[in-house]
Write a protein that binds this ligand. Structure first.
Ligand code: FES
Length: 115
């Protein structure tokens, strides 16, 4: 027996960030977020969420491959479904201040992916 999906469920987080940390060898043909220096960026994002006291409302999950490896390092923020490709710690700070704190896109860091 199946039931219709509910329109809305109580949400645990206001936002949930998934950040890919898959690491493939440097010359792997698919590339990887890990080999594009993702790890220190995600550490910074985790620290910023923690230090801001927002960890109850902003979920942050280190994820496996999300399928767009050569475009990495990639992170996606839900419920908006906005994908970002930060290149350095300043970019992480901007995504955090803009998207997470002020509900504004960090527009130049957005990446639009297609299959
Ligand atoms: S390795 Fe990050 S999206 Fe595939």
């Amino acid at each position: 027996m199946s039931m219709k999906l509910p329109e809305e469920l109580p949400q645990l987080f206001k936002r949930h960030i998934f950040a890919c940390a898959t690491q493939r060898p440097p010359m792997h043909p698919r590339g990887s977020c890990g080999s594009n220096s993702a790890q220190p960026l995600w550490e910074r994002m985790g620290k910023k969420i923690e230090e801001s006291g927002l960890s109850a409302e902003v979920g942050f999950t280190i994820a496996g491959c999300m399928g767009f490896c050569s475009a990495g390092p990639l992170m996606v923020i839900y419920p908006e479904g906005v994908w970002y490709r930060p290149q350095n710690e300043d970019d992480i700070d901007r995504i955090f201040e803009s998207h997470v704190r002020k509900d504004q896109l960090a527009q130049d860091l957005v990446v639009v992916l297609s299959r």
